[in-house]
Design a protein around this ligand. Structure first.
Ligand SMILES: *Cc1c(COP(=O)(O)O)cnc(C)c1O
Length: 401
């Protein structure tokens, strides 16, 4: 009998040297050097007076970025799905009904989380690649009278930006439903106004348009939404994500609940400082301009966008895969030959689209030209009917170069 674990030859494992990729997929995006630097600074305790200041800074910067005055605005320890589960797991009580969309991957995840929270799930239908129609949402609200309505503002699986948000929230409020918005791929990348648009609860992720490593994920709740959470009859099923307990740490008390991921909080603080330095509206405009150049380039090359302009999502560009081309092979070749990451489609759009992110620090002119050059080259090499030169020229023109 030998003891478990055995021995390990460290010379075989070696120092960590990740490849130097350009990240233009659905997230993570490239991280700004200032954020990486913040992450290499020394730890302090999670109740250290200096850390309490840092927590205040993060909350203030998150309110700015979400465009909200909500007191309950915090980074949740974990990835975007943790913030998502904190929202749904606390707002949906056993026996509550939640209305969710069918038009993408993340609406499906909302449904799974609502069911696990003990809720009944009803759906508002729209195909993958289309936004929700306000009339359909109004009809579903009238039919099901849900307690909670969830929608995805920027659907990363389809490249669709949900328009008419104020109309959707107004309709939900007419039925006294709490509105939860998935803003993971919109925060810091496309126009998002939590208060003005009447969103009660919004969750997000740091590794998309905020260009911060995954770790601490934005969440904001209105006072009314928090009141629903605090007056639950049954405790939330998750201890870790119970907002009534997290209130003790992020509220006035600052009492221990779990150890905050200190380094991730440093990171999001610096990433949000970069947002505020640039200016939130300027940042939205930059994403639209840079992704607009990318879009002009892929179209001039001979490719087609999946979403019409009316609901094109600048932070995630869904491009149709040309006839006879295998999307997976293209992604693999881009990674191997160009150290460039883009992604293929999921679910109903599997095999039909490429998903090209244009997020945060990755949304730079040189990256746009790089993607156009590399994608054009790889597709041409596979025999697709594309004109890479025209694509790059159109991209440059759109960038004003
Ligand atoms: C990425 C993403 C999530 C999940 O975030 P993770 O950080 O992967 O847990 C949720 N919703 C949308 C729209 C996303 O793009």
């Amino acid at each position: 009998m030998t003891a478990g674990g055995g021995s390990v030859d460290v010379s075989e494992i070696g120092e960590l040297v990740p490849p130097d990729r350009t990240l233009m997929g659905p997230g993570p995006s490239d991280v700004h050097p200032r954020v990486l630097k913040a992450m290499s600074t020394p730890l302090v305790g999670h109740l250290d007076p200096s850390f309490i200041e840092i927590m205040n800074d993060v909350q203030e910067l998150l309110r700015y970025t979400f465009r909200t005055d909500n007191r309950w605005t915090i980074p949740v320890s974990g990835t975007g799905s943790a913030a998502m589960e904190a929202a749904i797991g606390n707002l949906v009580e056993p026996g509550d009904t939640m209305l969710v969309p069918t038009n993408g991957y993340f609406g499906g995840r909302m449904a799974s989380m609502a069911r696990r929270a003990g809720g009944d799930v009803v759906e508002v239908d729209a195909p993958w690649g289309e936004p929700l129609e306000p009339d359909d949402v109004a009809d579903a609200l009238a039919e099901h009278d849900p307690d909670v309505f969830g929608f995805v503002h920027a659907e990363t699986s389809t490249g669709v930006l949900q328009p008419d948000v104020p109309e959707l929230t107004a309709a939900a409020h007419d039925h006294d439903a709490v509105v939860i918005a998935d803003t993971v791929t919109s925060i810091g990348g496309v126009e998002l106004r939590v208060d003005e648009w009447g969103i009660d609860v919004a969750y997000a992720g740091p590794q998309k348009c905020l260009s911060c490593p995954p770790g601490a994920s934005p969440l904001t709740l209105s006072d009314d939404a928090m009141e629903k959470v605090l007056s639950r009859e049954e405790q939330s099923r998750s201890w870790y994500l119970d907002l009534s307990l997290l209130e003790g740490y992020w509220g006035d008390e600052r009492a221990y609940h779990h150890t905050a991921p200190i380094t991730s909080v440093y990171a999001i603080r610096e990433a949000l400082r970069l947002v505020a330095e640039e200016g939130i509206e300027q940042r939205w405009a930059r994403h639209e301009r840079l992704a607009g150049a990318l879009k002009a380039g892929v179209e001039a090359m001979g490719l087609e966008m999946n979403a019409p302009d009316a609901y094109w999502l600048p932070s995630l560009n869904a491009v149709r895969v040309p006839e006879g081309i295998d999307d997976g092979d293209v992604c693999t070749e881009l990674l191997e030959r160009y150290d460039l990451e883009i992604a293929s489609g999921l679910g109903d759009l599997d095999g039909d689209i490429f998903r090209i992110g244009c997020m945060g620090h990755s949304a730079r002119p040189e990256n746009v030209i790089y993607v156009l050059t590399a994608l054009g080259d790889v597709l041409e090499g596979m025999g697709a009917d594309v004109d890479p030169g025209r694509g790059v020229t159109a991209g440059r023109r759109a960038l004003g170069e």
